[in-house]
Design a protein around this ligand. Structure first.
Ligand SMILES: [Zn+2]
Length: 478
């Protein structure tokens, strides 16, 4: 990633460093030289030729990290707003996912990558489980490399078992061509463990171990993956500190204990878990087990693609559960356990840790990569007063308040506008993909996919009737 030649100096911002002590500097500068943070402090002298950005009235924070996003699905943004997980599986896994050509994966990834950077998500895991052929995989990486953000490719293919694609010579060849010496920020293998007692996924885990690659897996998903998968992974020695368990919602204490004991982390997608049906967003459980957490948004086919929503919904779900558990015991929660500071940490440092990148990103400290977000919007009535900085990030700020973004010292968004990104080209590609899917499926199937039936429900008679209509006299009887 090439940094700008000029040093960059963000002036007079409220700086959330997210360093080990969570130092907050009410008025400070952040100096970037090359691709790294050179200094953080008050009244820093500007090096010659520095680009100065006025951060007055704004919050300067580390770039956010999303550890699980199916970027190829962004080409169908919002299509599945009313889906359940079942409808998602039917559409992508069983019926229509095969229709995606390499150029469609490219289109989705390109738009998702641009969207991530625009929202201050400087590192994103592309949980890319639509890689049916090496051409699809190349297209996925081509798109990620076309956008100036940091992207980790999590390679997957829902059209085959992982024991098939992971052991193929094509996969090895792809790894050699695009990962070793490529421009990706990282590489993972993405597949789920069904709980089949013969543990066919073993072959894929062995490839991951052989390549020294982390595995990311949808775990604890109601009706799909459960404790058996975790147990099999554990018994075969495949649970490691680099393993990322996505959702981990419907699991027993036994599974949480195994995750905690082996040092893995959980990627929580609260917006997703709340409406798709994987299980209750698990942070309230994970906190009890001291399991590291990162945040993710899963897929834009349903939900928003920014981590402000992830932080907000995670706080809400965790607190909601805590209150309800207490109410069930006739108890009252008088102090929230989960704080805004914690979800900001999960959205930054937590993601960096989950990806093994904690020494290079996730905090604003000298020597780290300059992945920086400035939240500032002088035209917004929501950006003042800033009294509780973490609360402001989690509950007040939105993607429209992302004023400036740096990735590896390179300014990729400034004054609320993306820099060096061709949005019109991305739009044309996505429109072509939508047209392809719509034409292939036909209008009726396209509409039916987007608008699932509402099951017939017995409407209860309203027991609270104080009046009754008398048809004979055409009057209300009292
Ligand atoms: Zn997912």
């Amino acid at each position: 990633m090439s940094a700008t030649d000029r040093p960059v100096l963000l002036r007079n911002g409220l700086v959330l460093t997210m360093d080990d002590a969570h130092t907050v500097l009410p008025r400070a500068d952040v100096l970037v030289i090359g691709d790294r943070i050179a200094e953080v402090g008050a009244d820093l002298p500007a090096p010659e030729g520095a680009l100065e950005i006025d951060a007055t009235g704004g919050i300067v924070m580390p770039g956010m990290v999303d550890t699980h996003r199916h970027m190829w699905q962004t080409a169908m943004r919002g299509y599945g707003a009313d889906w359940t997980l079942t409808q998602y599986f039917v559409w992508y896994y069983l019926e229509s996912g095969k229709l995606f050509r390499p150029e469609d994966v490219y289109a989705g990834n390109l738009l998702a990558a641009i969207e991530a950077v625009d929202a201050g998500v400087t590192t994103t895991v592309d949980w890319s489980h639509g890689l049916q052929t090496p051409d699809h995989a190349d297209a996925a990486v081509d798109a990620l490399e076309a956008v100036p953000g940091r992207f980790v490719l999590a390679y997957g293919n829902i059209q085959q078992g992982p024991w098939e694609w992971a052991t193929s010579p094509e996969f090895r060849d792809f790894h050699r061509r695009r990962v070793d010496g490529g421009r990706l920020a990282g590489f993972q293998m993405a597949f789920d463990v069904t709980g089949d007692p013969t543990f066919p996924e073993k072959a894929a885990f062995e490839v991951a171990r052989d390549l020294g690659v982390a595995v990311t897996t949808h775990a604890g998903v109601w009706g799909a993956t459960n404790d058996d998968g975790i147990r099999l992974m554990h018994e075969h020695g495949f649970m490691t500190p680099s393993t990322v368990y996505v959702h981990a919602a419907t699991l027993t204490h036994d599974s949480y204990n195994r995750i905690a004991a082996t040092g893995g982390s959980v990627s929580v997608s609260t917006e997703s878990e709340q409406s798709a049906g994987q299980g209750y967003p698990p942070t309230w459980q994970l906190r009890h087990h001291d399991i590291p957490v990162s945040l993710s948004m899963d897929t834009s086919v349903w939900w928003s693609g920014d981590l402000f929503s992830a932080m907000r919904t995670t706080l809400g779900a965790d607190r909601s559960r805590e209150h309800l558990e207490a109410h069930a015991k006739q108890d009252t929660i008088t102090h929230c356990h989960l704080r805004a500071e914690q979800v900001v940490e999960w959205a930054t440092r937590g993601g960096a840790r989950a990806l093994g990148m904690d020494s290079s990103i996730g905090a604003l400290t000298p020597g780290r990569q300059a992945d920086i977000v400035l939240l500032k919007n002088d035209a917004s009535p929501v950006m003042f007063p800033i009294l509780h900085p973490y609360g402001h990030v989690a509950f007040q700020a939105q993607r429209g308040d992302v004023h400036t973004v740096l990735v590896g010292g390179r300014v990729v968004k400034r004054d609320g506008r993306l820099v060096g990104v061709d949005l019109a080209a991305a739009r044309a590609r996505v429109e072509a993909t939508v047209a392809h899917l719509r034409d292939t499926l036909g209008e009726e199937a396209w509409q039916r996919g987007m608008n699932p039936d509402i099951p017939e429900t017995k409407i209860l008679e309203n027991p609270y009737q104080y009046t009754e209509w008398d048809a004979g006299s055409a009057q209300w009887k009292h």
